[in-house]
Ligand binder design. Structure first.
Ligand SMILES: [Ca+2]
Ligand SMILES: [Ca+2]
Length: 566
């Protein structure tokens, strides 16, 4: 406090009391009877203040009260708009402080008094509570309460933000809270929907950051205030938590986390993708996870079956890839949101793990990993083969393996005993050959899956061919490898007694096989195959084939009998 100002005050006091009775000039008496523990700002000359007061005479009789009017008094300190004594007595006050200011007549209405209300030479007592202070030189006062660990992006002009807030007046009276509504405040920045102080104050904030703003009324609700809660000329205080942030011009953003090697194929529009996901909001809160459902999410991509951000973000992925797809609301659930989980205008973050994908046009993909140098014959339809295999999902999960059994797996190719893709993938192999084949679900276990095979799963088989037993054409039980014998009944009737019982027939066929002249249908007990052949020839079922029976059968089959039936 400068000496010159003290002198000036004294001179003014003397001047004001020019006509009052001589004697020591009494000054304003200030009794700060209730002062808040925390006082961040004290009233200075030039500040604008808002306060409530009761005004009485020294005998306690009230002559004025702002409470009676229902409106706090608003004034600029030090420019003569209020009684000189109050102007002086209010300096140094804090918000929420209560003061009793006793004003001697020369700093009030002097010897003149004021109309019928204030008699001459009245000492007046003002009981004040200060509600608000600001200065026209003020800007928004910002304090960072919490800084998030990661901040890759902060609010810029034209962004759209979602935030939570607690709003209060400078004296701590709350006026609104988004938390009470359990709903964020959602606004575009810089287009005038927010009060100026917030429009500016939110700039530079990160998701997860909390800031406290003290905003003077001329950057808030001004001289009109807002509704019943915010009076005219009120400084407002906000605690803001930024929850969400995007720009209406944003596209999806893709952050690749892991690409398995090798990646021989990337998904394109029209593919069917199976993937796991964790869905969160920008602040990390989870809203959904496929892991909780215990199954992958499966969809065609690029065809509009899923939200467009996902439709786009799943294109160009490799099997096994992990990526994070961040999508703005206009490429997700928009201004409507979805159900209880997704609020309006929410940015969504999906952490994706692609399990597999295929195209409905896919065929079996064969990759020969080892081919023996000597390869005289390869597996064909109707051959009976033995093979080893490991069957896995594309993420490596082992489903089945022949190594669980003491003998290799066996199958008659083309016999509809294994999934189509495997039957196809086992053809054309040499004994000893190894290959890896990839089977799309339409050639595997289909949309429904089977047992431990999930629906629509792509399967990978590692195969090794152990043996081939060449087969006979479809519908045959036996084929001649050399020429068909001319006098077939004579050949059959080994003991020449004009009839051929099963034992004789069986002996004959086995001899042909042993001598490499003929081949039985593989994959079945030879005795049973021979039994079937015998029944076909023994027309009358008496347990013996005769020359007539053989001839009859031969005629019926128009010379093809021996080929087809024997
Ligand atoms: Ca005989
Ligand atoms: Ca017979």
């Amino acid at each position: 406090m400068s000496r010159s100002r003290l002198i000036l005050s004294a001179v003014l006091a003397l001047w004001a009391c020019g006509s009052c009775s001589p004697g020591p000039v009494e000054d304003v008496r200030v009794d700060p009877y209730s002062r808040p523990k925390r006082c961040i700002r004290e009233v200075k000359r030039g500040d604008l203040v808002r306060y409530h007061y009761n005004a009485t005479f020294t005998d306690g009789k009230q002559f004025d009260s702002s409470y009676d009017r229902g409106t706090a008094f608003f004034v600029k300190v030090g420019d003569g708009r209020q009684l000189a004594g109050v102007d002086k007595g209010i300096v140094g006050m804090c918000v929420s402080e209560r003061r009793k200011i006793t004003v001697p007549p020369h700093l009030a209405y002097g010897s003149q008094g004021a109309g019928d209300t204030i008699p001459a030479d009245s000492t007046l007592v003002f009981d004040l509570v200060l509600l608000d202070i600001f200065n026209m030189a003020d800007r928004v006062k910002t304090q960072v309460i919490k800084t998030p660990q990661n901040c890759t992006r902060s609010v810029t002009r034209t962004d759209f933000v979602r935030f939570h807030f607690n709003g209060s007046l400078l004296d701590g009276t709350p006026f609104d809270s988004s938390y009470d509504r359990s709903q964020t405040q959602d606004n575009l920045i810089g287009d005038g929907w927010l009060i100026k102080g917030l429009d500016e104050g939110l700039l530079g904030m990160c998701v997860g950051e909390i800031r406290n703003f003290v905003i003077p009324p001329f950057l808030a609700f001004g001289e009109k205030g807002y509704g019943k809660e915010i009076p005219p000329h009120a400084t407002v205080v906000y605690d803001i938590l930024l929850v969400d942030l995007h720009n209406p011009k944003d596209d999806i953003s893709v952050e690749v986390r892991e690409i398995p090697e090798p990646c021989t194929r990337k998904s394109i529009a029209g593919d069917y993708v199976r993937y796991h996901y964790n869905g969160t909001f920008l602040d990390g809160a989870a809203f959904d996870s496929s892991y909780e459902h215990n199954s992958t999410y499966n969809t065609y991509i690029g065809l509009g079956y899923v939200i467009s951000g996902m439709d786009k973000g799943l294109q160009g992925v490799c099997m096994g890839e992990r990526r994070r797809i961040t999508m703005p609301p206009h490429l997700a659930y928009g201004q409507e949101g979805a159900g209880k989980e997704i609020p309006a205008s929410a940015v969504l973050v999906f952490d994706i793990h692609v399990i597999d994908f295929h195209n409905p046009k896919d065929s079996v993909q064969v990759d020969v990993t080892f081919r023996p140098e000597v390869c005289n014959e390869t597996s064909q339809v109707n051959d009976y083969i033995q093979y080893h295999y490991n069957c896995t999902l594309m993420d490596g999960t082992l489903l089945f393996t022949s190594r669980d059994y003491s003998v290799p797996q066996d199958v008659l190719l083309g016999g509809d005993k294994v999934i189509d893709g495997l039957d196809e993938g086992l053809r054309g192999m040499c004994v000893g050959e190894r290959r890896t084949i990839v089977i799309p679900p339409h050639l595997g276990h289909g949309e429904k899956g089977a047992g431990s095979v999930p629906g629509s799963a792509v399967l990978r088989f590692e195969l090794e061919l152990v043996s081939i037993q060449k087969g006979v054409p479809e519908g045959y039980l036996f084929v001649w490898l050399d020429e068909t014998p001319g006098a077939i009944f004579n050949a059959l009737d080994i003991n020449q007694d004009k009839e051929v019982p099963l034992e004789e027939f069986s002996e004959f066929i086995k001899r042909q096989v042993a001598e490499g002249k003929g081949r039985l249908k593989p994959a079945r007990d030879p005795e049973s195959v021979i039994g079937d052949m015998f029944k076909n020839q023994d027309r009358n079922g008496d347990g013996r084939i005769t020359a007539d029976e053989l001839k009859l059968k031969a005629e019926e089959d128009a010379e093809k009998a021996l080929h087809e039936e024997l």
